[in-house]
Design a protein around this ligand. Sequence first.
Ligand code: GLN
Length: 194
Amino acid sequence: EVTIGVLALQGGVAEHLNHLNQIRGVKAKAIKKPTALADCKGLIIPGGESTTMRKLIKEYNFSAALKNFHQQKNIIWGSCAGLILMAQEVEGEEKEQLELLNIKVQRNAFGSQLNSFIEKDVIPKVSEQTQELVYIRAPLIKEIGPDVEILYQKDNKILAVETKYLIGTSFHPELTTSTIFHQYFVDKIKNIAS
Ligand code: GLN
């Protein structure tokens, strides 16, 4: 059994926990303080509001713990606001990021809340089954470093990336009924751990 955390400061925590709990061999855990990361092999930074979450990360002393968790070769997946927080650079912002993932992102790249939308597509690296891709005031990945691979792009827009230890998605697999994407994350953790 592998323990996987969901950073539980703000945002879509329950949805990620619910998806992880549907996967065999996974123990999902809400992470409210840095010491709770100790027995985790993976972590999800959920969607929500990145400015608020950044403040809480600072307030609860998570910055060093998250960087350390990454350096110890654990897997981290950031979805939406989580992706923004992991990015090396956020367009137009000078605030401190976690700087885990060598990408540049643009926040709210698809317009206002009214411009939230759902698409259906196959992400071949993840599964041959069609997935629902839910975008809510989603960020766009504008630039990627040489160590970053594109996991999914559409119409020249990069919407998901990965490295050996990181995954970032603009969309929200936790808001669909499918656990395909969470399974991909769990498999990545298990492959590294074994
Ligand atoms: N627009 C939000 C932000 O910039 C992210 C939206 C989301 O996580 N669904 O933080």
